[in-house]
Design a protein around this ligand. Structure first.
Ligand code: SAM
Length: 243
């Protein structure tokens, strides 16, 4: 998968892109990420990307022309200039608190695209006409407002990268993750066997794989019922309907 990102703070991505699973996924060429500076698409000496809002009020608004130029340049690159695996035009996603809230189902849907283009706003946001002209969908990482779309873009990239085959070493760790089966994950334990008087549940030391699987399922159900009654109700309902 290829991900292009547009931001006025591309330097925010450097540590994130080099570290851990994301760094390794790029080295292994399972994931290719390019962060572009929106200011490269301005046409004035000061590389201006914002202006005062029509109608007055506080704050600045990001102007449409640099965004339109940038999105079109990255979308309409001739095939020969595109990266390998980058055949399709990118899905153009505006990071926005007004977008569809990100969840596991949306992450999995987005992971099916071979190319994404993420637009990271700043200030009061981006001139509305950019959304109308060159955006396929808006995605929010939650009902709160951050100062920019860079952290939301990193959240999206990290969540999607876990769905790309080979990025997470053991496929079953993704399969058992919270939300996948409509439940939270079960509790996990590692050495030492006793921590301040708290022992590891005995079944996990038994070597009985069927008993361990049953225990993990029961604990996942219990964790979901206690921590996320909304999810638990949905899980019960889907079981009732044979899901
Ligand atoms: N005035 C806008 C509003 O209230 O809808 C918020 C603008 S916010 C300060 C600046 C940028 O941060 C947005 O354009 C968006 O790219 C990003 N952003 C802020 N909160 C976000 C969230 N919850 N999810 C995704 N992007 C977010």
């Amino acid at each position: 998968m290829r991900v292009d990102v547009l931001s006025i703070f591309p330097e925010m991505f450097s540590g994130f892109l080099d570290a851990s699973l994301i760094g390794r996924a790029q080295t292994a060429r399972r994931l290719e990420i390019a962060v572009h500076d929106l200011r490269e698409f301005t046409d004035d000496r000061h590389r201006t990307v914002d202006d005062v809002p029509y109608g007055g009020g506080g704050g600045m608004v990001m102007t449409a022309p640099p965004w339109l130029r940038a999105v079109r340049a990255l979308t309409e690159r001739p095939l020969g200039e595109r990266a390998p695996g980058d055949g399709a035009a990118p899905r153009r996603i505006l990071m926005s608190p007004q977008g569809t809230p990100l969840d596991d189902a949306l992450v999995r849907r987005l992971a099916e695209h071979s190319h994404l283009l993420l637009l990271c706003g700043r200030y009061e946001g981006i001139d509305e006409r950019v959304r109308e002209l060159v955006v396929d969908e808006e995605i929010s990482i939650g009902d709160y407002v951050l100062s920019g779309g860079e952290l939301p873009a990193m959240v999206l990239i990290e969540a999607i990268s876990r769905q790309i085959p080979g990025v997470v070493g053991l496929p079953e760790s993704v399969h058992n993750d919270s939300f996948r089966e409509g439940l939270l994950d079960c509790p996990h334990y590692t050495r030492p066997p006793v921590v301040e008087g708290l022992e590891v549940p005995e079944v996990l030391l038994s070597g009985n794989h069927a008993a361990i699987a049953a225990w993990r399922h029961e604990r996942a159900v219990e964790a979901t019922r206690e921590k996320r009654p909304d999810l638990y109700r949905r899980w019960l309902e889907s079981r009732r309907q044979g899901g």
